[in-house]
Write a new protein. Sequence first.
Length: 165
Amino acid sequence: MRALRKRSRVLTGILAAALELAAVSALAEDQPPAKDTIFTRKIVMGEIDMNMDEIETMLAPEGKLELADAQEHAEVISTLLMAFPHLFPPATNQWKEGATRDPATDTFANPAIWSNFGEFYKRASEASKIAWNASRTKKPDEFRAQIKELRLRCNGCHALNMKPE
């Protein structure tokens, strides 16, 4: 549990540094460079993915569910999902069919996100609430059910909003 709290503090520091970088750029040029924002959202999605992997490892048949640790991971996911849609300003709508992309700074986001941003925002918000509910469950079976629903939401959003290579 102590390691997770330390990791959460490190994550918070990374996110704060990324947002500070974006803010400094914004002051200098009115907006951060799109590639910096895309990179930041990839970092955030990577953290969501790492926390989800930790939970799913605990929930695997050979895993051992430590409910308190799993709940902390779910709470981190919830917080990151609240911030995630804010990392999709219109300037980051840079998908180009057949373009050679840098996996770190080029987008794989479907341009449809920006034509129906309200739906994208709603999906992220609903997933955040599911993760939050998981972080507050009292029983392992309730937690499992919430995480199963969260995984379905994540996969559904990725299917709609990520462009294949």
